[in-house]
Design a protein around this ligand. Structure first.
Ligand SMILES: Cc1cc2nc3c(=O)[nH]c(=O)nc-3n(C[C@H](O)[C@H](O)[C@H](O)COP(=O)(O)OP(=O)(O)OC[C@H]3O[C@@H](n4cnc5c(N)ncnc54)[C@H](O)[C@@H]3O)c2cc1C
Length: 378
């Protein structure tokens, strides 16, 4: 976090959040990772503080934070537990889709529910549509005053908790990606069913599952934006999603670095703390450089988003650098703990497992390279 970029009010809010995470999240993070469960009681407390609506506009009841302050907060939260943070913030990009595509009535209705504590799942990915979003096979067919939605979505974050989904489905197959539309779908509608929670390498407390829509009827008024404009809506939210994930990776990496430094100061070998050994100090120095480099890229991309300037290349660079650096930093944190780094009772083992997530979500790092390369070679 860079205090010189913030006002007194922002600093005191961030301090309050840090205090909450230190008192409420730190003591339970290992337990819920082990149990592979959502720590719902503490999530509810965080929601009471408004930590799930940080970037929702004030006029709709959210905190209305600018994006730079938002990502700084995300970073601070992920320093303690990125899985917990992902549960709180998984709905933020879905909310952005509503902000961009929704009518005033849709926004008022949708945000009121989110502010009151409803969970939202973003449903894009399918069996044959992962990196290639344009291959979406789910369909939405107009039938009088309704659309009938069919299809199965995979890897939906907060999928089994969600009260509402933002579902992307094809309304005109002949148009490919230009025939995709976005819908608000209530989770309790007939035909909506959830698969079992995925048991993943990392972020065990986080909730990810498949959601099937079998002849689900939604009012035509649940269409977001115009018909066939769903792909455009996802593309407009991509940059924010990527920078948010990059901020998560920076926070996780900082947490790993902090732990490695404190361990290296305590652990004695060859008659001295290992942090006095140049080989270890050099590793720590490289880790610090990697975290700080990524942080600057995240803040730069977030500032571009706040200013409304083009930022796709910067967002991809931030996501690529932050997640690759996070993986390296977490790997080195394990190395600095030696054999203890492999043991579950030390948090770096979990940091290492969680780190892999950020090289994959919100567009794999190969896709980020593709975006950067294409932008360079236009
Ligand atoms: C924890 C978690 C949470 C998620 N949350 C959500 C969610 O809330 N909503 C949602 O819709 N989805 C979600 N996803 C899905 C995520 O967006 C996809 O996993 C991701 O986009 C990659 O798709 P895929 O897994 O099908 O991999 P694939 O697209 O099959 O990719 C496989 C490999 O091929 C590479 N590859 C693919 N295309 C190219 C290319 N053109 N050039 C070079 N290499 C390429 C990839 O980089 C990767 O290494 C989540 C995933 C995870 C793991």
């Amino acid at each position: 976090m860079k205090q010189y970029l913030l006002t007194e009010d922002q600093i005191s809010f961030i301090d309050m959040v840090k205090d909450f995470f230190a008192k409420e999240v730190l003591p339970i993070r290992a337990e819920y990772d082990e149990k592979e469960e959502v720590p719902m009681e503490v999530i509810k407390k965080a929601m009471d503080m408004g930590l799930h609506i940080l970037d929702i506009p004030e006029e709709y009841g959210g905190a209305g934070l600018d994006f730079l302050t938002y990502v700084m907060l995300v970073e601070e939260m992920c320093k303690v537990d990125d899985a917990f943070t992902s549960i709180l913030n998984a709905g933020s990009i879905a909310c952005k889709v509503v902000e961009l595509g929704g009518t005033e009535e849709q926004k008022n209705m949708f945000y009121r529910k989110v502010v009151e504590g409803a969970f939202v799942g973003m449903c894009i990915t399918e069996a044959d549509a992962g990196s290639d979003v344009s291959a979406i096979a789910a369909t939405a067919v107009r039938d009088g005053g309704e659309y009938v939605i069919d299809g199965t979505k995979l890897f939906v974050s907060n999928g089994s908790l969600a009260d509402h989904y933002i579902v992307f489905a094809s309304t005109d197959k002949s148009k490919g990606s230009r025939g995709i539309s976005a819908f608000i779908v209530d989770a309790d509608l007939p035909g909506v069913s959830r698969g079992k929670r995925e048991s993943k390498l990392g972020c065990h407390a986080g909730d990810t599952c498949a959601v099937t829509f079998d002849h689900v009827r939604v009012p035509a008024g649940n269409l977001l934006g115009k018909e066939n404009e769903g792909f455009k809506l996802t593309m407009q939210t991509l940059d924010r999603g990527r920078v948010k994930v990059a901020a998560m990776a920076v926070g996780l990496a900082q947490g790993a670095l902090d732990y490695a430094v404190s361990y290296a100061k305590e652990r004695v070998q060859f008659g001295q703390p290992i942090c006095r050994l140049q080989g270890v100090q050099f590793m720590l120095a490289d880790m610090e450089a990697a975290v700080e480099t990524a942080r600057q890229m995240v803040y730069h991309a977030a500032a571009l988003i706040d200013s409304g300037m083009p930022c796709s290349r910067a967002a991809s660079i931030a996501k690529l650098t932050a997640s690759d650096n996070c993986m390296k930093v977490c790997t080195d944190a394990v190395q600095i703990l030696g054999g203890y780094g492999l043991c579950r009772e030390y948090p770096v083992e979990r940091f290492f497992r969680n780190a892999k997530t950020y090289q994959i979500v919100e567009g794999t790092n190969q896709i980020q390279r593709m975006v950067i390369g294409r932008d360079l070679c236009r």
